[in-house]
Design a protein around this ligand. Structure first.
Ligand code: HEC
Length: 200
């Protein structure tokens, strides 16, 4: 053991030696200490805010969930507004507007053609695809504009068939556009729905 001693440049050596290693007795740098104290103060603030106050500050997780819930509400409100303002006539009007039908075609080709066929016949090179034809006059759930839009929005009542509720992936306006594209491909008026939906 060696006594604490002053070196020639004024720095104190601590009075222990371990395996020949000696240690200077230096003060920690102020910036380092300051950072440490800030974290301590922040800990107290955060601990009180998140764990001790009766109304806890929301965590990031809670904030995110709140935001998602708000987006969902907005989407639902948008859907209801859109559905309220749309009717068979306005959808038929849209089906004559190339701006809407070309946007609808792009959606159709990326999301629907795999099952309903690029040409809406639900076949590809003579092979039947999983969907049903969308260009004939026979309709399971109805071929009126609003009925088509309803089926696309809410899917088939039998989810195992593969026709999902597209409202999970498409906005109401996109659903209206894809509906307008389907309408633009009709050559004959629709026959009455085989299984009309009671909801509409
Ligand atoms: C995974 C395959 C699949 C995809 C993808 C798909 N559908 Fe379907 N669709 C079906 C099936 C199967 C049915 C028939 C459902 C039934 O019998 O209940 C159907 C039914 C429909 C109907 C009702 C037809 C009728 O006769 O009443 C419409 C309209 C329709 N789809 C539009 C679309 C649109 C638009 C898209 C893309 C946004 C789409 N589908 C994507 C498989 C699919």
């Amino acid at each position: 053991m060696q006594k604490s001693s002053d070196t020639s440049d004024g720095i104190t050596l601590r009075d222990h030696v371990y395996d020949g290693i000696e240690e200077y007795d230096q003060k920690l740098p102020n910036w380092w200490l300051f950072t440490l104290y800030i974290t301590m103060v922040w800990f107290v603030i955060a601990w009180v805010a998140y764990y001790q106050l009766p109304v806890n500050a929301p965590t990031d997780y809670e904030k995110l969930h709140k935001e998602i819930a708000q987006i969902e509400l907005k989407k639902q409100a948008e859907l209801e507004k859109m559905l309220a303002s749309l009717n068979d006539d306005s959808l038929l009007e849209m089906s004559k507007d190339p701006n809407h039908t070309s946007a609808g075609q792009a959606i159709y080709e990326s999301k629907c053609a795999a099952c309903h066929g690029v040409d809406l016949t639900a076949t590809l090179g003579g092979v039947n695809l999983p969907g049903v034809p969308l260009n004939d006059s026979e309709w399971i759930y109805g071929g009126n504009p609003l009925q088509i839009m309803y089926t696309v929005t809410h899917g088939s009542p039998d989810i195992t068939k593969g026709m999902i509720a597209w409202q999970a992936q498409l906005s109401p306006s996109e659903i209206a556009q894809v509906t307008s594209y389907i309408l633009s491909k009709q050559t004959a008026p629709p026959e009455p729905a085989l299984k009309p939906r009671t909801e509409i």
